[in-house]
Design a protein. Structure first.
Ligand SMILES: [Mn+2]
Length: 366
């Protein structure tokens, strides 16, 4: 496809309004509702949905309808992320092979916007030989949804902030960016780029910036003027949906709330944080299984040689060398009375969250 010029929206935010920013909802309605409730979102706020509200989770179409309704009310703006670009299906220049790839993707994921739309239109994706059979029906029946998506900008610029899903190129005028440049960028924070105006992005789960620890809270880099907010909602088992809170349009006093559904328990004992730990993460998760156990397996991370116990159910295959779910052996720094949110209960202790930080706790719980 020819490189697509980005759509940029200039937005004047009224004085006194809070600016709330949520990204990477990925079709997870309970997390979206949960985080807006925790933020106390109301008509007096401006809500920015910073891309990737669709795909990967189980309710893309429902999420789209909620986002459309929020935008209709007037105090919400949504940005198109790389996972939301579905209106391109009907644009000139859509490649022949694109339809074939879409069908394959849909049958592999068994979720996502087109999957949900097919189901809503009474089309069984498994009966399709060719996605083009469904395309006309979807276009006709879901015209409003596609029109909404194709109206969304790839970035929003205000007096003090640029909201883009993944990235902004330093030194390049925003209006000259392609959609891809704003939508696709791995590890934006570690590129050494700095900006004059604050750039607020999602896309790259912030946990991936951690070395030994897993923390899903937003990262505010004051020197680079970047705020990265993707808490790994849907993508990580212990992920959360973050809502960045900017008190008003001229403030740099960033706060946030986060939502995840894990049950809360009170710690009864103090525990010191591990002196040494490692975080095995997506993209670098190849481990060698040294001893396979029923609940835990002793493993060695292939690239670094680091040894740790991993929940056996987190290993993707029965092979001696395998990829695994994100995991860590980090023990949380806990004080008696701390509120922990329990992700996994095991015979050894719990894998839990303390704020946005994930790790193990071996003490008593109430
Ligand atoms: Mn993304």
């Amino acid at each position: 496809m020819p490189e697509k010029r980005a759509r940029i929206e200039k937005l004047a935010i009224e004085e006194g309004r809070r600016i709330l920013v949520v990204s990477d909802i990925h079709g997870n309605v309970p997390y979206l509702e949960g985080v807006l409730r925790k933020a106390g979102f109301s008509d007096r706020d401006m809500l920015i949905i910073d891309g990737d509200f669709l795909e990967k989770g189980s309710e893309s179409l429902r999420t789209l309808h909620i986002v459309m309704e929020l935008c209709r009310r007037g105090n919400t703006r949504a940005i198109l992320g790389n996972c939301d670009e579905w209106s391109a299906l009907f644009e000139p220049g859509w490649p022949e092979r694109g339809d074939e790839q879409v069908l394959r993707y849909m049958l592999w994921r068994k979720s996502g916007l087109l999957w949900d739309m097919c189901n809503a239109c009474g089309i069984d994706p498994f009966e399709l030989e060719d996605f083009r059979e469904a395309k006309e029906t979807l276009y006709r029946r879901c015209r409003e949804e596609f029109a909404f998506l194709s109206s969304l900008p790839h970035a929003i610029e205000t007096e003090n902030f640029i909201f883009a899903h993944a990235s902004v190129q330093p030194g390049k005028p925003l209006a000259e960016h392609s959609a891809d440049e704003l939508n696709h960028c791995d590890s934006f924070l570690t590129r050494g780029w700095r900006f004059d105006k604050w750039v607020i992005v999602g896309h790259w789960p912030v946990v991936l910036y951690g070395q030994d620890r897993v923390c899903a809270d937003p990262i505010v880099d004051r020197e680079k003027k970047i705020v990265s907010i993707d808490g790994g909602c849907v993508l990580k088992d212990d992920g959360q949906l973050n809502c960045l809170i900017i008190p008003h349009r001229d403030s740099e006093d960033f706060g946030f709330v986060a939502y995840d559904p894990f049950p809360e328990r009170i710690a009864l004992d103090d525990q010191e944080a591990s002196a040494e730990s490692y975080y095995v993460r997506w993209g670098d998760s190849r481990v060698r299984v040294l001893r396979r156990g029923e609940e835990f397996s002793r493993c060695r991370h292939e690239r670094t040689g680091y040894e740790l116990d991993i929940l056996t159910k987190y290993l993707f295959t029965d092979n001696e060398v395998t990829d695994c779910n994100d995991c860590t052996d980090y023990a949380l720094p806990v004080k008696a009375g701390d509120r922990l949110r329990i992700v996994e209960e095991t015979s050894r202790g719990v894998f839990a969250k303390l704020g946005g930080l994930s790790g193990w706790y071996y003490g008593g719980l109430k």
